[in-house]
Design a protein around this ligand. Structure first.
Ligand code: BGC
Length: 926
């Protein structure tokens, strides 16, 4: 049997239609079946649409499964095929091929701008308590929002096409159709990005939707992120208040001719059945106003009233190819039960917190209005509780029945909600569960890992994390899918290692990182705390528009060093480093300059010795940031400093206590990753300089903040964890710092007191310092704050705060769907299941199952670039059996805890291995 080739990808995608890079990275997987020997050489030829060879790598002696054809540059707008040949050690050859297209670099079509009313700019301009309070006296949405526009362009084709592409973009969200059929299965296109700098173009293969003769292109345009209510403020019209669309329909006919259809004077627009639609507020659809056939060729549609010509305007913002998985319907969940609550309300329970919307079947009288309100929780009494308050955060949809005797079905088009429960108002007749389906929407990323074990609650924790990722990898990586839906950079960096383990995030985060860089450039080198940064929070004339003093923040802005590094580690693609190295450099230089320019509040330079002043000038500690955000002891009243604080001040206590330290700690982190990135790219000089600088910052940090007794700064768990994890504690003090951390954990009754930015490192630090048992105890702790408390209290996602639901069932009005604390899954995969990446792309992997721990059995896998790495192990008493699967292109070492011996060699080559281990000594690793 020969080698088997699969998963041919260009820039991490299967057959992408429009790449942004003209030199794609090509990757593939090789499997050996039967007697095939390992791959020894490969050759790639790239051919253009006319069959001409555009690149030939020649035979390359290597077992690598990736190639960047550096001397190939694809022409914008062209399609290519690439042909891969792989030779094994015996000279046997196999071949496979796949396609890719290069997107357009320039755009030559105008905007079509329908006649419309301007979107009203409304909602708060500053963050204050009212942003999170019930919206007082807001006028009904119908009085403030306008109907999405329907656009149609009729055209004739002399013949059915041999090939056709629709490239389409919009200011606002769009839904295209051709001859009455939806184009593609994407939703909410083109997604969310820093629209003032660039807007994505979606590319569709529409060959089968076109025909000879009359055709019609339809486009529905809604406010979306561009003009609708967004982010923490819930303010509208931030990027613009007029909706527009542009397209290029490229049709290749059998005679070899190409017709390009762009918006022109023939485009007409009208309102349709959607009265209003907003991502935050919701959508109202009046089925009585539907326009059957509006996007099909028919004389009626042409002649009907209300269709007006569109203005044609030049496109001045750069339009760029959208690269990656679109937002799609990724799951459907049936209603689990319909409750009548103690308050007498009808509430549908879908059994799962998610991001999406409801598809409903209904039959009733024409004009009946059904309203669906969405929330993530029910309260202690079992009543529907709207856990997200705030201006324009309604999350409510309405449907007006046409009164069709056979019944009608509806799902909103341009909105989504964060919810599990739906309050149903005005439904005619008795609602039955089968009439309601929750449609989960997300960027359609592949799941690339699994974890299933003898510990059902830990399994649930992993599932909850996957659900939170699915709910928040939606357009951009967001904090939550209901209240803010914002690209908080901190949340993403915290979760990045887990995100890249659980799902194929390469293209998604690559796209977001472009936005990070664009926004960084627009902010003079500062990486904003939210990307895309909503303009309303970014107004230099209103310094309090955003978060007051916080514009660049430790552990948030550092996403620019952390996220590319994680992508490089997981996918082994150096371009993640190459593309971001300059941005990393700008960021660490900003930290350095900031360190020199400011001292912590209250520190008078005149009162400092020259040595201290010199040290302080090295530390990036003079600016407010979020500190170890949401550290439990700052919120639960257990710290003396918290006495008498109101809710808002309590939330700001963690920043007050810890920001001075998280600043320099993340400065060290960013310098380290910048150095590592430069080194990986072969720039040893830059790497050495950054390391030297990091060493100086470490020394200054230690002298200023690390006590001889091992207490660091405010003596809190999170700070100890970060200082140890980032190696900011001198060797001679380290044992005392570890002992103090252990004491702090114990004093907290074996509970974590780590906030957002330190929690990813807590269990690793304890484990690496010889306290594996304490790490395990924290993992399975089930009183709050803890991971399993959430699981035991009904969580189906990861909560924003550990005690979002209290012991007595009282529910906090917080997000139930914030992935940050799910970062522990990366640890569970490495330390419990035992699949640990050692070299970028998993080329070298450690198999280190926790045979001394809380699991008797674990089955897990990670889909590495080269193929699946899987473990399946069972411990019975003092014996363990392991089955390990290693793909071609990966080598692995087995590392068992001290006391365990393996009957087999510890070095694993590709293939499936069954191993036996026995515990020869009593006692575990710690
Ligand atoms: C968001 C976070 C975010 C934070 C900044 C919150 O309102 O939901 O997850 O990172 O603000 O501290």
């Amino acid at each position: 049997m020969p080698l088997v080739l699969s998963d041919l990808r260009a820039d991490h995608l299967e057959n992408p239609l429009a790449l942004r890079r003209v030199t794609p990275r090509l990757t593939w997987r090789v499997r050996a079946e039967g007697t095939a020997s390992a791959p020894r050489a490969h050759r790639i030829r790239i051919t253009a649409a006319d069959g001409a060879v555009a690149h030939d790598s020649g035979w390359i002696d290597s077992d690598a499964t990736a190639l960047e054809a550096v001397d190939f540059e694809g022409a914008p707008g062209s399609d290519y095929r690439w042909h891969l040949a792989v030779r094994d050690a015996d000279g046997a050859e196999v071949e496979a091929s796949a396609g890719f297209g290069i997107g357009l670099a320039d755009w030559d079509a105008p905007w079509a701008e329908p006649v419309q009313e301007r979107v009203l700019a409304e909602g708060p301009l500053e963050i204050g308590p009212e942003v999170f309070a019930p919206a007082a006296d807001a006028a009904p949405p119908g009085e403030r929002l306008h109907p999405p526009r329907h656009l149609r362009q009729a055209f004739n084709l002399p013949a059915a096409p041999v090939s056709a592409r629709l490239r389409i973009s919009s200011q606002g969200v769009h839904q295209p159709s051709l001859n009455g059929r939806p184009v593609g299965d994407g939703l909410l296109a083109p997604g969310y990005e820093s629209y003032q700098h660039e807007i994505s173009v979606m590319t569709h293969d529409v060959t089968s939707l076109l025909r000879e003769g009359a055709n019609v292109l339809g486009v529905i345009l809604g406010d979306g992120w561009y003009a609708g209510r967004i982010s923490i403020l819930g303010r509208s019209a931030q990027y613009g208040d007029i909706l527009r669309a542009t397209w290029r329909l490229e049709v290749d006919l059998p005679d070899g001719s190409r017709h390009v259809i762009r918006p022109d004077a023939s485009v007409r627009s009208s309102r349709g059945p959607i009265d209003w639609s907003d991502i935050f507020i919701g959508e109202r659809h009046d089925a009585r106003a539907e326009m059957p056939g509006w996007d099909e060729p028919s004389a009626d549609a042409e002649a009907s009233e209300g269709w007006t010509p569109c203005a044609l305007l030049p496109v001045s913002v750069p339009l760029v190819p959208f690269v990656g998985e679109p937002i799609r319907r990724v799951r459907e969940l049936p209603a689990q039960r319909i409750l009548t609550t103690p308050a007498g309300e009808t509430v549908i329970d879908f059994g799962q917190v998610m991001a999406g919307r409801v598809r409903m079947r209904v039959r009733g009288e024409r004009g009946t209005v059904v309203r669906l309100e969405h929330a993530e929780v029910i309260d202690a009494e079992g009543n529907f509780l709207d856990n997200i308050l705030g201006v324009n955060k309604d999350q409510a949809d309405e449907y007006v029945l046409a009164g069709r005797p056979e019944g009608e079905e509806w799902e909103p088009l341009f909105t989504f909600h964060g919810f599990r429960y739906v309050k149903l108002i005005g439904y005619p007749g008795t609602p039955e569960p089968e009439d309601f389906t929750a449609v989960v929407i997300a960027n359609d990323l592949a799941q690339t890992a699994s974890f299933s074990s003898s510990h059902a609650r830990l399994d649930r924790l992993v599932q909850n994390t996957i659900w939170s990722q699915r709910s928040n990898f939606l357009a951009v990586p967001t904090d939550c899918p209901q209240r803010e839906r914002a690209g908080w950079t901190g949340d993403l960096q915290i979760f990045a290692p887990t995100a890249a383990t659980l799902m194929g995030v390469a293209a998604f985060l690559d796209r977001w990182l472009r936005n990070v860089r664009v926004d960084q450039d627009a902010h003079g080198g500062i990486v904003p705390i939210i990307v895309p940064m909503p303009p309303a929070m970014d107004d230099p004339d209103r310094p309090n528009a955003g978060l007051g003093d916080i514009s660049d923040a430790a552990g948030w802005s550092d996403a620019i060093t952390i996220a590319p590094w994680e992508l490089y580690r997981h996918y082994g693609d150096p371009r993640f480093l190459r593309d971001n190295l300059e941005a990393m450099r700008t960021w660490v230089e900003h930290q350095t300059a900031g360190a020199a320019a400011s001292l912590p509040a209250g520190l008078d330079p005149a009162s400092l010795s020259p040595e201290r002043l010199a040290r302080q000038r090295l530390l990036w500690n003079g600016r407010m940031n979020f500190g170890d955000w949401l550290a439990p002891s700052t919120l639960d009243g257990s710290r003396p400093e918290a006495a008498g604080l109101d809710e808002f001040s309590a939330i700001m206590l963690a920043p007050q206590l810890t920001a001075e330290l998280t600043g320099p700690l993340f400065q060290i982190r960013s310098l380290d990753l910048y150095a590592a990135s430069a080194e990986a790219l072969g720039d040893a000089v830059t790497a050495a300089q950054a390391r030297e600088h990091a060493a100086a910052v470490r020394a200054a940090f230690a002298a200023e903040y690390v006590g001889d007794d091992g207490r660091i700064g405010p003596d809190m768990q999170g700070i100890a964890v970060l200082a140890l994890a980032f190696d900011a504690v001198p060797d001679e003090i380290r044992p005392r710092a570890v002992a103090r951390l252990v004491e702090l954990v114990q004093e907290a009754g074996v509970h974590l007191d780590t906030g957002f930015v330190s929690v990813p490192f807590l269990l690793d630090v304890l484990w690496d310092e010889g306290h594996a048992d304490l790490a395990r105890a924290l993992l399975v702790q089930d009183t709050a704050p803890s991971w399993l408390y959430e699981v035991d209290h009904g969580a189906t996602t990861i909560w924003e705060a550990w005690n979002a639901v209290h012991e007595d069932g009282t529910v906090e009005r917080m997000s139930m769907n914030h992935y940050a604390f799910g970062c522990v899954v990366d640890w569970m995969m490495r330390r419990l299941a035992g699949i640990e990446l050692l070299e970028p792309g998993y080329r070298r992997t450690r198999i280190a199952p926790d045979l001394d721990g809380v699991l008797d059995h674990c089955q897990a896998h990670v889909d590495a670039p080269a193929g699946r790495i899987a473990v399946d192990w069972t411990r019975t008493g003092a014996e363990a059996r392991l089955t390990v699967e290693i793909p071609l292109g990966v080598t692995a070492e087995v590392a068992l805890a001290p006391g365990w011996t393996l009957d087999d060699p510890t070095e694993l080559t590709p293939g499936t291995h069954t191993l036996r281990a026995a515990r020869t000594e009593e006692g575990s690793a710690s």
